[in-house]
Ligand binder design. Sequence first.
Ligand SMILES: Cc1ncc(C[n+]2csc(CCOP(=O)(O)OP(=O)(O)O)c2C)c(N)n1
Ligand SMILES: [Mg+2]
Length: 797
Amino acid sequence: MTVSRPGRAAAHPPALPLEVLKDLERKVLWLATQTIHHANHQRRAVDGLKVGGHQASSASLVTIMTALYFAVLRPEDRVAVKPHASPVFHAIQYLLGNQDLDQLKRFRAFGGAQSYPSRTKDNDDVDFSTGSVGLGVAMASFASLVQDYIHAKAWNTGWPMGRMIALVGDAELDEGNIYEALLEGFKHGLRNTWWIIDYNRQSLDAVLSHLMTPKLESLFDNMGWRVVTLKYGRKLEALRGKPGGDRILRWIDECDNAVYSALVFAGGAGWRRELERDLKGERQALGVIGSIGDDELAALMTDLGGHCLETVLDALLAASDDRPVCFICYTIKGKNLPFAGHKDNHAGLMTPEQMLHFKAANNILDGEEWSKVAGLNRRQAELERLLGKVAFNARGPRRLASKKIDLGPLPLPPIRGTMSTQQGFGQILAEIARSQSKFAERIVTCSPDVTVSTNLGPWVNRRGIFARHEVEDVFQARKLMSVQRWHMGPSGQHIELGIAENNLFILLAALGLSHQLFGERLIPIGTLYDPFIARGLDALNYACYQDARFILVATPSGITLAPEGGAHQSISSPLIGMAQDGIASFEPAFVDELAVILQWAFDYIQRTPATAKGDDWLHEHDGGSVYLRLSTRPLDQPMRDIETPLRDDIIQGGYWLKVPAEGAELAVAYQGAVAEEAAAGLGALLNRVPGAGLLAVTSADRLNAGWKAAQTAQQHGDKKQSHVEKLLAPLARTARIVTVIDGHPTTLSWLGAVHGHRVQALGVEHFGQTGTIADLYAHYRIDQDAIIEAALSPVRR
Ligand SMILES: Cc1ncc(C[n+]2csc(CCOP(=O)(O)OP(=O)(O)O)c2C)c(N)n1
Ligand SMILES: [Mg+2]
C-alpha cells in the first residue's frame, strides 16, 4: 500500500516565507472567528435565532487553507471548500482583496457572505458551492473529468490544467455519493484531483470511530489514489527515535478518538494525569513529559499534522504529478479556540468574554477587529506587498466565460405516423450527430447505464464514447455483429456512467459549468429514467443551485410505461419539475413540440444571467437548465407546420389544440402522453358541451411561473397578463376545466385558480399496478371515460 508520510522536500518553495504564512494563519483564524462572532451578535438580536456557530468547524481547516491559498494553489486550481469552513474562505479572500469587509460584517445576513460557499450568491470567486455534505467532494472529481474532456479535444489553449480539490469533513465520508464518485473516477482514470480530509474525528453529533482510519487508507489506495497521512506535526515527529519518544507516539496511535478529544479539551493538566497513569513505570517516556510544563505538553500532544504549517506545506507541495491524492490530515475541531476537542462544539460559539481574551491573545486593539495587519507586527504596505506575491491571486477572480454557440435550424427527422417523444428525441439527436456543425461538436451526452434504453444509441454510434485514450472495440475487431458501434477515445462525445444518478447530476453540474470553470462551453445532455430523478434529487438541486446549464431528458415516465411495472412509474416528477428552481420543465406530447422545445432549450441553457429585468417572468434573459419528461408511448403525430405564435405558445407552456368558443362552458387540459385520451374525451363531449376547448399544456411549470410572476406584477399596478390568463380568458366564468396528466393531479389543478374556474383534476396518486396502458389508465382514472365523467358530473355548490 502506498500510504506515505509527507515528504520533506518542497517541489516549489512558496513565494512567502514561513513566518509570513504563520502570521497569515493566525490572522485567518482571527478573522473567521470574528466573522462568526460578529454575525451571531448582530443577528441574534433580530429574530432570536442563534446563528450557526461553526467556529470549531472552521478552525480545524485554518492551517490547511492558509497553506493552500497563500502558498500552494495556482489560479487554474479549483476548490470545493467544506461547508462550515466558509468563514475561513471568506476571510482568505478578504485578505487577498477579493472580498469586501461589508460582506464579512454581514455574514449570514441578507445580501451578505453566505454561510456555505456559494457560486451564485457569494461575490468572492467561489469555485464550487457546498452545503449539502458529500456533493462538493464528488464535484471536484467530476470537474476533473470535464477538464480532461476539454483538453482531450485540444480546445483549451489559454488556460492550463489545474488540480480539482475538495476540502472534506471527515463525517462527510459517511455520504454514499462519495463512494459512487470514487468508483466512477477510478473507471475514468481520474487524475489531478485531491481530496484533503479534515480528519478531526468529529461529526455534528459525535466523535467518530477510530476503526475507520485504516479502512480509509486502504480504500483510497485500492482505488489507485496516493494516500498521504499527515498524522503528526513537527514537534511530535521530533520525538521519533528519541528515548521515550516512540512510546508517546504509540500511545497517541492507540488512543481512542473520544479519549483524545476529551483530553484536548481538558488541556495540559489533563494530558499529564492520563499519560502518567498509562505510562506508569516507563521512565523514559515519563521523562519527556516531566521535562515540560502543562502548556507545552498540551501544545505537543495536539501537534497534529493538519495544524503544522510546515508539515502541510511539505505534503501539498510534494504532490506534483497528476495522480489523485487523498490527504488524511489529522486535525482538532476548534483548534486554538476554547472549546477545542469538545464533542459538543459543532455549533459552539465563543462567549463575549472568551472573544475578548482571544482578541488580547492576538494583540488586537479595540476598533482593529477587521484590520488585516493588527497584531502581526507588520506595516500595511508590507503586508500588501507580500500578498501581491500570492500565486493563486495572480490572475484575479477566475470566473471564465465562453461565447454562445449558435445552433442554426435544428436538423429534424421526418415527423409523421406514430412516434413517441422518446423516439423523437433519439432521432433528433441522431440528425444532429450527422450534421457537421460546430454546435454538434459541443454537445456532450451522459447517462447512468441507460444510454440505449433512453434512445441515445444512434447518437453514440456516430459520436462515440469519451475516453482519454483510444480503446479497441473488441466486438468490431473480431468482426462480431453488434448494433452498438461505439468507438471509444478522446474524440468521443458521450460519457458513459455506471448506474448512479447522483453521479449523473454532479457530472451535469460540472459539464454545465465548463464555460466558467475552463473557459469552454459545452452543451450537456443527460438521460435517465424519470422515476430515478428522485434518486439523485439533492444532486440535481445542487447542480441547479450552482447555475450549471444542461438538458435533462427523463424517459420513460409515468404509468404509461405500463408493462415496465409499478417500480419504474413516476408520479411526483412533474411537481419536482415545477418546484425545482433553476430548471424549466416540459412534457410535450408530440415530437414537433419536442423539436420546438429543444431548439429553444439549446439557446436557453446558454443565456448569461444579466441584471434581472422586472418582467423577466420566465427567466428569458437569465436562462437556466431544462428538464424534458418524455414517454415511450407511440402517438399519432399531427400533420402541421409549427410557426410563430404557436412556437412561442409551446415555449410559454401551452396552446389550444382546439380553440374554445367564446363563453365555452368546458375545457379539457392535458399534459403529455394522455393527449390521445384528452382528445377522444373532448370529441365525445362536444355534442353535450358545444364549443368546449382542448388545451395542450407543454409546460405546467412555465405556465404557472408566468402566472405567479404576473400576479405579483399586477399587485404593483402592471396590467400585463400572463400566458395562461390569456389562454383561459375565453371560457365562461361558470366553465369547468378537466385536467388530466399521467402524474400527480396537482400539476394542473391550479389552473382553476387563474380565473376562478371549477376544476376536476385527474391524475395518478398511488403506486402503480402493472398492465397495459388501457388497464392502467382505466384503473387510475385518466382514460377517456374518466374525462367524460369528470366533465359531466353534477356540480356541487
Ligand atoms: C446532506 C447533509 N446532511 C446533513 C447536514 C448537516 N450537517 C452539517 S455539517 C455536518 C457534519 C459535519 O461533520 P464534518 O464533515 O466532519 O465536519 P466538521 O464540522 O467536523 O469539520 C452535518 C451532519 C448537511 N449539511 N448536509
Ligand atoms: Mg469532522
